[in-house]
Design a protein around this ligand. Sequence first.
Ligand code: PM9
Length: 464
Amino acid sequence: MKISDSIPHSWAEPWKIKAVEHISLISQEERVEALTEAGWNTFLLRSQDVYIDLLTDSGTAAMSDVQWAAMMTGDEAYAGSKDYYYLEQTVQEYYGFKHLIPTHQGRGAEHLLSQCMIRPGQYVPGNMYFTTTKFHQTYAGGTFVDIITDEAFDPQSDFPFKGNVDLAKLQKLVDEHGAESIAYVSLETNVNMAGGQPVSMENIKALSEYCRSKKIAVMLDATRAVENAYFIKIREKGYEDKSIPEILLEICSYTDGCTMSGKKDCLVNIGGFLAINDDLLAEKARGLVVCFEGLHTYGGMAGRDMNAMAVGIQESVEYDYIRARVEQTRYLAQRIVDFGVPVVRPFGGHAVYLDIKQILPHVPQDHFPAQRFAGELYLEGGIRAMERGAVSAGRDGEGKNIFPELELVRLTLPRRVYTQSHLDVVSECVARVCARAKEMRGLRMIFEPQELRFFQARFEPQEG
Ligand code: PM9
């Protein structure tokens, strides 16, 4: 063997830094004070008190110079902005849907879709709940039914497509209640609450064939569909040589429309859309968007935001970008695993999910172990993460706490924001918190908002 054969071929982020934003770590005493003031809820921390912010990948991306240039050329006309037409054309080209209804962010689109398509009493089957999505389905009078594959509930299963729909679960629901009782199937790509886990093309295709045979619409949550497309390319036979845009278009072709939180894949800080093929549905949604969001040619976004989003969509499907994005997540996950910390497997697309049931087995779920761990991570090193367990799951229709199978802390990677050194610091912090896990106790909820409680709930340590 030649020495040169043993030299690795590393690759690096396909961008360099042009503007920087200062961050600093406040003292341990200040962090204790900040977390106490925030009621042990990382959503209630001030970002100035956070050192490395892995709360979310939503609206936290660094825009490119081309996107910033697009901001400067935004057309701020109230009606018929050129940027609306540019975004419409871009969505048609990359996602393949005919009609575009812009919204201020993803939940705006979820609201429109739920109000247009759900009749009270109908079921909305989906591959695992997402907080805001389920809220809007319930608010419209629907009942969410989880039809995700069982593998999704096992954090240690290495099944490559844990986002898949279990068609037998869907069939059972349809057989029991009839196709007319199903509002639509809500299909999420790269399922967030399961750990950023993809759906296979084979599964999407089979779902589509079944639903079309029953005249049930499939509505995509395309928030992280590009990340899903990358996983299909690297994991699914027959897709190795297809481009990301080809795979993305194929995913969408099996569905009838999508909601989009543009704050994720589309690489912008605000914005979203509903995109659909059906003319009548589009007319209905346009009727509602003017009541809740804004005129149908801006729907809550400024012209410059639509322009930057169109550029962001084009950048998001570049292979070098999406590879760096997902592989950065893998880097962090591997570093954490190397310290012996259990995480959800296989590693997800946008975040690393710590398996808190294994890390804090002695803390009962009604003492909110993941919420506690997220707080401890902040105390340890100013790292902000998000609870994705019993607090996020909320309560059922009878008001009882839902205790989900997965009790997780999510370390979410903003796009194009942090370097490998930041991730090294994060992994070491996680390991240090885990080293004192045995002494850790849970939390008591002392304030609980009625809806989406994880955003604003407040807690106190069990030990007082
Ligand atoms: N996701 C996230 O951090 C933003 C805050 S909610 C905890 O993961 C999916 C799959 C999402 C999502 C937001 C939305 C809503 C819909 N679907 O936040 O309204 O992950 O733009 O999108 C968040 P908006």
